[in-house]
Design a binder for this molecule. Sequence first.
Ligand code: ASP
Length: 414
Amino acid sequence: MKLTVKIVAGLVLGILVGVVFNLFAPGAFGPVDQYVLGPIGQIFLNLIKMLVVPIVFFSIVVGTAGISDPKKLGRMGGKTVGFFLVTTTIAISIAMALAYLIKPGVEGSFSGQSDFKAEEAPPVMDTILNIIPTNPVQALTEGNMLQIIAFAIFIGFALAVLGDKTKALRDLMEQGNDVMMYLVKIIMETAPYGAFALIASAVGGQGKEALQSMGMYFVVVLAALFIHALVTYSSAIYLLGKENPLKFYKAFSPAMAVAFSTSSSSGTLPVSMKTAQENLKIPKQISSFVQPLGATINMDGTAIMQGVATVFIAQITGVDLTFTQLIIVVVTATLASIGTAGVPGVGLIMLAMVLKQVGLPVEPIGLILAVDRLLDMTRTAVNITGDAACALYVTKSEEKRNEAAPSTAGDFKG
Ligand code: ASP
């Protein structure tokens, strides 16, 4: 817990330093950011990102190899994806309801002037079809998460079936996993400094004017994120995970702080897995299956931003969305959040896809861009919390099953 306190202290100090620069020395911010804050933050980011591909690969191979029963893998997959879809749908519904209630965009108007150019969002169907890598080595070098997950599941499955014949390789994978987890522990010691530099850099670079003009949008997204975490996740943690939500949040807070400072679910993955396994006592097997998958496809925070942003843009451009269009927003925002990569800012690019589906202009994304950095940090913390809540749910429901049928209980040593 000491480390969490240090990270939070780093965050608070970073915000203070950023605000001071912003208010009193905006001119000095550039060089300080370029030569001090930026590089320190980047070193920390690179250190944890360095571990993402090997950790996902080793841990999923080891996790899958431990599940000798393919039915169990299917069952866990079903529960995981079911949880992801339900919570994401609830997330967008909360976001849109709140945006309709508070009407952040009614006061404003949009002149149609903005230098935002919509990038082509990757088609969701392609993402789904590409899950099986035709070249696994390429998937590993490019860090294509879904492909790495699929390949690792195949290898793990084969290791489970081949048993003693491939014991050496399985041991090697287990040791690889141990080495990566050890490195996470060491790198986390530098997290307070990394968090400080990343936050100071983000806050210091934030234009005051942008925050003022986009204030209402900002507040609605933040409120929806908090409501989702406090109501949806807490209920899931309490009812499905049989755990005290406060205890859960306290135990998982180091990972949330790192997600907040890095704005990247994928980048935070090594830390969120280690935190879930050690502090929340999630079996390795479940954590290494649910969390990498979640960091790639489960983004409730991102869906919330997209829901609020769509309603906001409809309001500032004076478009009344029909009920059918609202349903389309829910469906496409769910797909868009699945297709969003867990790296900073991608949620905004995927927003273009949602807007296009309901015929809204994409140019107002330029307005949102100005305040997106801070929202990105917050939604990333929500994104990874949803994955951990899901891992807890899968753990509890598998435990219950094992109690009913003790013969498979041995699966859970992790
Ligand atoms: N930064 C987010 C994440 O990594 C994705 C996004 O919404 O842009 O979870």
